[in-house]
Design a protein around this ligand. Structure first.
Ligand code: TMP
Ligand code: ASP
Length: 231
C-alpha cells in the first residue's frame, strides 16, 4: 500500500479504489505539540474500534462521516475528504486550555456548550482563531463555517447522552471536518485521544490526560472506555 501521510497517531494509505483511503491507528502518543512522546499499549486498536463504533452510530443518526467500514482492529476504510484546516473543539465543562485561558477551575459546569476553532498548523502549534481569521485564511466561507458550527453542536447533542448512558461525562472533544462531493462530513477520529471523558460517579479521568499529566493507569483507562463504548 502506498503511504500518503504519516501523522503523530495515524498513517494514511491509498487504497485500490480511487477516493478511498486506509487509516492505520498507531500506539504512538504525543502531547504538547509533539514535545512529549511515548507509547500507549493497544491505543491504536482502542481508537480504531471506538471511532468505528461511534461513527457508525452517528451515521445511523444521519450525521455523515468519512467511515466506509472497519477493515480490522487498527485499520478503517474511509472516504478521501478535502479536509478543512480547522480543529473544532466543543466543551461542556471547563478543562485544559479553557481553564488556563479563563482562570475558571477545571470541572466548572458550562450552561451552554462552548465551541472553539483552532488553525490546524503544527508549525504554529494549532493556535486558537476566530471566524474572521477563518475567512482571512480561506479555511471556510462564512456560510460553510456556520454549517460546521451547527454540525459540531448537533454531534455534541447526540454524543453527550451516548456517553452519559455509559456512565461517562463528555467534558470536551475535538472534531475535524472535510468535504466530499459537496457534502460536509465528519473526518478523523473520536477516541480518548481527542475527547476528555470522566467517570460520572468518581470524575476519574479516562482519557489521554492520564498520559499528558503522567497520572498512570493510561492503558487501563483506554480499555475501560472501549468496554463501555462497545455496549
Ligand atoms: P485543550 O483543552 O487542550 O484545548 O483540548 C480540548 C480538547 O481537544 C480535548 O478533548 C483534547 C482535544 N485535543 C485534540 O484532540 N488534539 C489536540 O492537539 C489538542 C491540543 C486537544
Ligand atoms: N496530540 C497533540 C500533540 O502531540 C496534542 C495533544 O493531544 O495533547 O501535539
Amino acid at each position: 500500500m502506498e503511504l500518503l501521510y504519516e501523522g503523530k497517531a495515524k498513517k494514511v494509505y491509498r487504497s485500490e479504489v480511487p477516493g478511498q483511503l486506509i487509516m492505520e491507528f498507531k500506539d504512538d502518543a504525543t502531547a504538547f505539540n509533539g514535545q512529549k512522546r511515548g507509547q500507549i499499549a493497544d491505543k491504536g486498536s482502542v481508537n480504531a474500534r471506538m471511532t468505528a463504533r461511534i461513527f457508525q452510530w452517528l451515521m445511523e443518526k444521519d450525521i455523515p462521516t468519512h467511515l466506509i467500514r472497519p477493515l480490522d482492529d487498527r485499520h478503517l476504510l474511509v472516504r478521501q475528504l478535502t479536509m478543512i484546516g480547522l480543529e473544532v473543539v466543543v466543551r461542556n465543562e471547563v478543562a485544559g486550555s479553557l481553564s488556563q485561558r479563563t482562570g475558571l477551575p477545571e470541572g466548572t459546569a458550562i450552561a451552554q456548550p462552548v465551541l472553539e476553532l483552532y488553525y490546524k498548523n503544527d508549525a504554529l502549534g494549532d493556535p486558537l482563531i476566530n471566524d474572521d481569521h477563518v475567512r482571512l485564511l480561506h479555511l471556510a466561507s462564512p456560510q460553510e463555517l456556520e454549517a460546521i458550527r451547527r454540525q459540531a453542536m448537533h454531534i455534541n447533542e447526540w454524543l453527550r447522552p451516548f456517553f452519559q448512558e455509559r456512565g461517562i461525562l463528555l467534558v470536551d472533544f475535538k472534531l475535524e471536518f472535510g468535504w466530499f462531493e459537496g457534502q460536509l462530513m465528519l473526518g478523523d477520529e473520536i477516541s480518548p485521544d481527542t475527547c476528555r471523558l470522566w467517570d460520572i460517579q468518581t470524575r476519574e479521568r479516562l482519557d489521554k490526560d492520564r498520559f499528558r499529566r503522567d497520572l498512570g493507569g493510561v492503558e487501563e483507562a483506554y480499555q475501560e472506555i472501549l468496554k463501555r463504548v462497545m455496549t
